[in-house]
Ligand binder design. Structure first.
Ligand SMILES: Cc1cc2nc3c(=O)[nH]c(=O)nc-3n(C[C@H](O)[C@H](O)[C@H](O)COP(=O)(O)OP(=O)(O)OC[C@H]3O[C@@H](n4cnc5c(N)ncnc54)[C@H](O)[C@@H]3O)c2cc1C
Length: 433
């Protein structure tokens, strides 16, 4: 008896708010509202506009680009990409960069010349990187450790695969499927034919040009705070922007942010949607640039395990310490099997640099962060049982449900080029109808 009364009050409140909002708050009307201006959302905005659709792109940060981290030396202006580095030399990537007037080259292989140090102690270990054998892409639901045990022919490649699987958390425990999605045929081929890179070595150029191209179709530093309506006949969102609240009305919604439940609370999920997104677990991944390390110029190390299966290091850990194009600044990445507090990760990175100093690789000075970025939640995964039980079939079944489409790494893989392919061929057609 009490509940219907409450519902009536809520509906009256919503109607009052809606009419108030429509009166006092600027209404932005578009064909498609896109949430998240990373690799997938920005690409979608540019491609949909080019095909005659009006869009609004809503990004919580003050710049577009998602996992792209570029630092520019304030004096020399030398750029360093310490997030996304390279792309596949595919036509869709070339066309997209050409559209944004960003110059590209097919670059030689990167990351050569590293030494191998123990991931925990920073002590040297006797390990030589072997040649890549041809792998067998099967039995994809096993933990990757079991897959390696069954396939000694690819054991030799495990550290190379691990390097490309940074951010995947506990590598030997993850279902093999996720490992090979991150290290697929395109990567194997690009290792011999070369990756595509932005000529200026400044990947932020892509997002800078996209921001200018999209103009007032981008709301930066903005988030959806509630959903007034989201059904097949359209969506109405309340968006907090730096200049106040806006009402966004669109025929369709594209969600291109990591689809973790806590990130989707403002979108009025129903039981079915919440039940699916609530199943995702996530790994942790952080990037940083560190100066005053005491390390010699050109010092370059990859973490391995001294006494671990296949010499794979245990997570959490510092993945690598790599020199950058800026003298004295090193690129240091860190990964864990789940979210960790940023302060803890900062301390762990500095403590690893101290270990390098204690082990005689560096002079004893006080290292300092030039940049530190969290990319957590990174890889979104579900268990093999859930995959076997049809999780992804149900997830893909959400495309178009309640006027909403989805793209991004959780729907495909952590690879910008492959996400642009996936978005172009599997997501945009539904939005263009
Ligand atoms: C360190 C690192 C290195 C990488 N190197 C490469 C590489 O060399 N080549 C490659 O192809 N790929 C690389 N990747 C992977 C690549 O970055 C991802 O595959 C790609 O960025 C995923 O795109 P996305 O659109 O799913 O997510 P993202 O690019 O993360 O975009 C999501 C966007 O949504 C925004 N957002 C989140 N929540 C909200 C919210 N509530 N409201 C509004 N906006 C929100 C975020 O700020 C972000 O801009 C790398 C990733 C990392 C972390």
């Amino acid at each position: 008896m009490f509940q219907p009364a409450l519902r009536t009050l809520a509906i009256l409140g919503l109607l009052a708010y809606t009419s108030f909002a429509h009166r006092d708050e600027e209404v932005i009307t578009r064909d498609i509202a896109i949430i998240g201006g990373g690799a997938s959302g920005t690409f979608s905005a540019v491609r949909l506009r080019d095909q005659g659709k009006s869009v609004i792109l809503i990004e919580k940060e003050s710049i577009l680009g998602g996992h792209t981290n570029t630092y520019q030396d304030p004096v020399t202006k030398v750029p360093v990409d310490y997030g996304v580095e390279v792309f596949h030399a595919q036509q869709i990537v070339k066309d997209y960069l050409d559209r944004l007037n960003v110059s590209w080259v097919v670059a030689p292989n990167f990351g050569v010349g590293s030494i191998y140090l123990d991931g925990q102690t920073a002590q040297p270990i006797n390990y030589t990187s072997p040649d890549l054998p041809v792998a067998r892409w099967q039995e994809l639901l096993q933990p990757f450790g079991d897959f390696l045990a069954k396939h000694p022919d690819i054991n030799n490649a495990s550290l190379t695969i691990f390097r490309f699987g940074q951010g995947l958390g506990d590598f030997l425990v993850q279902p093999t499927l996720y490992v090979f999605k991150n290290f697929g045929l395109e990567i194997v081929q690009a290792l011999s034919t070369g990756f595509l890179a932005v000529t200026s070595q400044n990947n932020y150029e892509i997002y800078d040009h996209a921001t200018k191209l999209l103009g007032s179709d981008v709301l930066l530093s903005s988030t959806v705070i509630s959903t007034l309506h989201r059904e097949d006949n359209g969506v109405t969102l309340v968006v907090q922007t730096p200049s106040g609240r806006r009402i966004v009305k669109a025929k369709k919604l594209l969600i291109a942010i990591p689809q973790k439940l806590e990130n989707l609370r403002a979108f009025d999920l129903d039981h079915h949607e919440a039940g699916l997104f609530g199943q995702f677990k996530n790994t942790g991944y952080w990037t940083s640039l560190v100066t005053n390390t005491g390390l010699p110029a050109g010092f370059n190390t990859i973490s391995v395990g001294a006494d671990t299966p296949y010499n794979l290091p245990n997570v959490p850990l510092v993945y690598a310490v790599v020199p950058t194009a800026i003298d004295g600044i090193f690129d240091i990445k860190y990964g864990s099997q789940s979210s960790l507090p940023d302060d803890h990760v900062r301390r762990e990175i500095l403590s690893y640099v101290k270990k390098l100093q204690d082990n005689g690789f560096a002079e004893k000075v006080e290292p300092e962060f030039v940049r530190f970025n969290s990319h957590t939640p990174f890889e979104l995964t579900v268990s093999p049982e859930k995959i076997r039980g049809g999780f992804y079939k149900q997830l893909y079944g959400l495309q178009g449900y309640r006027g909403t489409w989805y793209t991004g790494a959780a729907f495909h893989t952590q690879d910008s080029s492959l996400l642009w392919n996936f978005t172009e061929s599997h997501v945009l057609p539904g939005l263009l109808k």
